[in-house]
Design a protein around this ligand. Structure first.
Ligand SMILES: Cc1ncc(COP(=O)(O)O)c(C=O)c1O
Length: 367
């Protein structure tokens, strides 16, 4: 069976170093917000070429903390993409703001700047561009809209650590950015984790306060805040893994290049600038997606769908969306044709060829 992700392989390579890091934390006697979190935050900020990184409990919390740190809350509308993981919506809603999902570009699946513009109201306060699959949104166009309307930008970088656009890294464009360290991510913890990054000193210190019950120092609570802290164990794991991230992202890029070279049918949702794409996922559109998915499974290859339903059709979104929320036909159409092929750093060359060989054969038969 070729899995979409096989974490046990990673363990055979880096397990000993990870176990040493875990031991180090266990024997330190300090488990929340200590030296490990501090060291990881500095290393992660450096990696992303930003001033500050603040470790939190998940990518969803990173979105909420970033929005709250920018003063966004009840009564404010936040525009985001209709093709994203649902937690983007959870992160907005948890601060009391109203999520507004807008349509995507059919050739990339990324938020369409024209649709952002069309959805702006007097209540709009922020945009969350989602760098889906590891490919960055059209940030110059989005920055231009934000500047025109005085909106904040929080980049959703859950899938895009190490991606760039015109040489500038994901997370370094907006007022703040949110990263996820969910195990499947390009930089995954061994549990949940996330980070807010920003170049703004004021936003950074408010985010630090917010993640820790709103306290600026022990027993001084300036606001209610959250309990959302990256723990020492996950920070130690992440510091070890951060050293491999560039190598792993490059391996993802070379797998994608091989898929591109051999792909005979279907259309990819990325252009050829592999160096800028983090290839969290390798996504192709095909006509008979469900048939292809099942036929691949019969060959022992686990393909996935990210995502089978667009946000504008999710009941959870409709409970919190504005009454006249935009329709998103391009996102809806994509959810019926997209399929994600296995891609992770320890996939072997032989497996890559097996996957694409079967994929070509299957699509030739079922479309
Ligand atoms: C695009 C996107 N945004 C936000 C999140 C939320 O991250 P987490 O699962 O760490 O809360 C995820 C991950 O599931 C994601 O893929």
């Amino acid at each position: 069976m070729i899995l979409a992700n096989d974490f046990k392989r990673e363990d055979t390579y880096i397990g000993p170093a990870i176990r040493r890091a875990i031991d180090r934390v266990l024997s330190s006697g300090w488990y929340v917000l200590g030296k490990e979190v501090d060291a990881f935050e500095h290393a992660f900020a450096d990696f992303n070429e930003v001033e500050h990184a603040i470790g939190v409990a998940s990518g969803t919390d990173a979105l909420s903390v970033a929005l709250a740190a920018l003063g966004i809350g009840v009564g404010d509308e936040v525009i985001t993409s209709a093709l994203t993981a649902f937690p983007t919506i959870t992160g907005i809603s948890r601060v009391g703001a109203t999520p507004v999902a807008v349509d995507v570009h059919p050739h990339t699946g990324l938020i369409n700047p024209d649709c952002i513009r069309a959805a702006i109201t007097k209540n709009t306060k922020a945009i969350i561009p989602v760098h889906l699959y590891g490919k960055m949104c059209d940030m110059p166009a989005i920055m231009q809209i934000a500047a025109e309307y005085g909106l904040k930008i929080v980049e959703d970088c859950a899938q895009s650590v190490g991606a760039s656009y015109e040489g500038r890294l994901a997370g370094s464009w907006g007022d703040a950015a949110a990263f996820s360290f969910y195990p499947t991510k390009n930089l995954g913890a061994y549990g949940d984790g996330g980070a807010v990054v920003t170049n703004n000193e004021v936003v950074a210190s408010r985010a630090r306060q917010l993640r820790d019950y709103g306290q600026d120092k022990k027993f001084s609570h300036l606001e209610v805040g959250f309990n959302s802290r990256l723990d020492e164990l996950q920070a130690a794991v992440l510091s070890e893994k951060l050293d491999y991230l560039t190598e792993w992202n490059n391996r993802r890029r070379s797998i994608a290049k091989r898929y591109d070279e051999l792909l005979e049918y279907g259309t990819v949702l990325h252009e050829s600038r592999h160096d800028e794409h983090a290839f969290h996922l390798y996504v192709v559109t095909v006509k008979n997606r469900d048939k292809v998915l099942h036929a691949m499974r019969d060959f022992g290859i686990q393909c996935q769908v990210h995502y089978p339903k667009s946000i504008d059709l999710q009941p959870g979104y409709l409970q919190v969306a504005p009454k006249n929320a935009p329709k998103c036909p391009e996102a809806d159409a994509l959810t019926k044709s997209i399929i994600s092929l296995p891609i992770f750093p320890y996939l072997t060359d032989q497996e890559v060829d097996t996957v694409i060989g079967h994929f070509n054969q299957v699509v030739a038969h079922v479309g």
